[in-house]
Design a protein around this ligand. Structure first.
Ligand code: KE4
Length: 427
């Protein structure tokens, strides 16, 4: 593959934007090559400045469940485009969006729209602290909840990728109010509750974690979390920014049948435009201004253009879509497993629905942050580059997950499996 135009574009952007990118993971730092700049996408494909075609396995980190330039989404947006894009005042479509989210997500009785997953999680923990009059937030090593100060402690995703799980600039006063436990370890959570009686406002978790690579919670772990939160009068927050609407219409909470007190959402909810949301029991949500004392606001929150994109997607979530996603994902999963076996590669695959990670590790399982950091990052970098040259666009980090699209063709699936085998043989 020739990448000349991307290389030049990156050289130019580095003089204008910190690191040349508007989000660190895009810089390809951990896979030791220059990032690809894209010109456009269509369906399952992305096309870079040099005209190279790729099968997209990131879907813009999750939002594009119907692929790029989805016709129905674009036509819905165009209906609103010429009416004006935002008024900073209430519109009917915001109530339609709220109604749809309440219908789909089991835990949500009321919902507030914001503009990103980070805004959703930051607001959710402020609400939890205000509602409980407690300060501590418990999060899990390797979980990533956006770049809010309280979350950049043992964080996953880009922070883990760049070896910055605890970012400078987060003051000791802020950091002390975030306590850490081990993912999938109820014992570590129970210990924190014992050490901090009546001080923990909320436990926040990615019920299906995608930010240390894909790591599912064990069902008993989530059930145990629910019980511990109830016993200690702390709130349970499910950060479903990634898993919401991706794993099922009702997200991970529907699959695991565990109901959190607050749910945060993002990505798919915006259909590719900037949207986040957080919701939960009315009694908790009504603590938010203007009803209650906990303040949160946003100039573009609920803007009709973004709502039109999000609703065009949420209105099409049905069993048939998830059956299709599962059938495509299962074929890719099985094909990759066969290749791992045939090439004798030290690797395992974790998958939850259409979220999947191939881990280069000698471990026979990856269940938490300490397992994930055993991975061979050099091997992942070589694999990533070989797949890129094959025309497959994978997450540029071992600590991210693939988001498999519902618009992959049989040809795409075969290509993914054959390129995976070729790359495993090469590295
Ligand atoms: P945003 O602020 O990026 O919309 O959402 C933050 C967030 C919150 N919670 C979870 C579980 C998330 O995965 C995210 C963001 N995910 C990353 C991908 N791992 C976004 C990609 C990026 O940072 O560029």
């Amino acid at each position: 593959m020739i990448y000349n135009k991307s290389i030049k574009a990156f050289k130019d952007s580095k003089g204008l934007i910190p690191g040349g990118v508007n989000s660190p993971v895009r810089a390809f730092k951990s896979v030791n090559c220059d990032p690809v700049f894209f010109d456009h996408g269509y369906g399952s494909k992305l096309y870079d400045l040099d005209g190279n075609e790729y099968i997209d396995c990131i879907s813009s980190w999750g939002p594009l469940i119907f692929g790029h330039a989805d016709k129905i989404t674009l036509s819905k947006i165009s209906e609103y485009l010429f009416k004006g894009t935002t008024y900073g005042a209430p519109t009917i479509i915001e109530s339609e969006m709220a109604k749809k989210i309440i219908e789909l997500v089991p835990s949500i009785e009321k919902v507030r729209m914001v503009n990103s997953g980070t805004e959703a999680t930051m607001s959710a923990i402020r609400l939890a602290r205000g509602y409980t009059s407690r300060n501590l937030i418990l999060k899990f090593s390797g979980n990533y909840h956006g770049h809010g100060d309280s979350f950049l402690i043992k964080a996953g995703s880009g922070a883990m990728t760049l070896g910055l799980p605890d970012s400078p600039g987060v003051t000791k006063n802020i950091a002390k109010d975030t306590i850490i436990a081990d993912f999938n370890s109820l014992e570590s959570v129970s210990e924190q509750f014992k050490k901090n009686p009546e001080k923990i406002a909320a436990v926040i978790i990615e019920p299906v974690a995608g930010n240390m690579g894909l790591v599912e919670s064990r069902k008993d772990f989530l059930l145990g979390l629910r019980k511990l939160c109830d016993e200690n009068k702390s709130l349970l927050i499910f950060d479903e920014v990634m898993s919401g609407f991706r794993l099922s219409k009702g997200g991970a909470q529907e699959l695991y049948e565990v109901i959190p007190d607050i749910t945060t959402l993002g990505k798919i909810i915006g259909g590719g435009l900037p949207v986040g949301a957080y919701g939960g029991k009315s009694e908790i949500m009504d603590y938010l201004a203007p009803n209650g004392p906990v303040y949160q606001a946003g100039t573009l929150s609920g803007n009709p253009l973004a709502m039109s994109a999000g609703l065009s997607v949420l209105n099409r979530l049905n069993d048939k879509l998830y059956e299709k996603l599962e059938s495509i994902s299962k074929k890719i999963h099985e094909g990759f497993l066969q290749n791992i076996q045939e090439t004798g590669t030290n690797a395992i695959i974790n998958r939850a629905g259409s979220m999947m990670t191939l881990f280069f590790t000698e471990n026979d399982k990856i269940e938490n942050y300490n397992d994930a950091i055993t991975c061979d990052l050099k091997k992942y970098a070589k694999y990533f580059k070989s797949m890129l040259d094959e025309g497959v666009y994978l997450p540029p980090s071992q600590f991210e997950c693939m988001f498999i699209s519902s618009v992959y063709s049989e040809k795409d699936i075969d290509k993914l499996i054959s390129s995976n085998k070729k790359s495993l043989q090469l590295i």
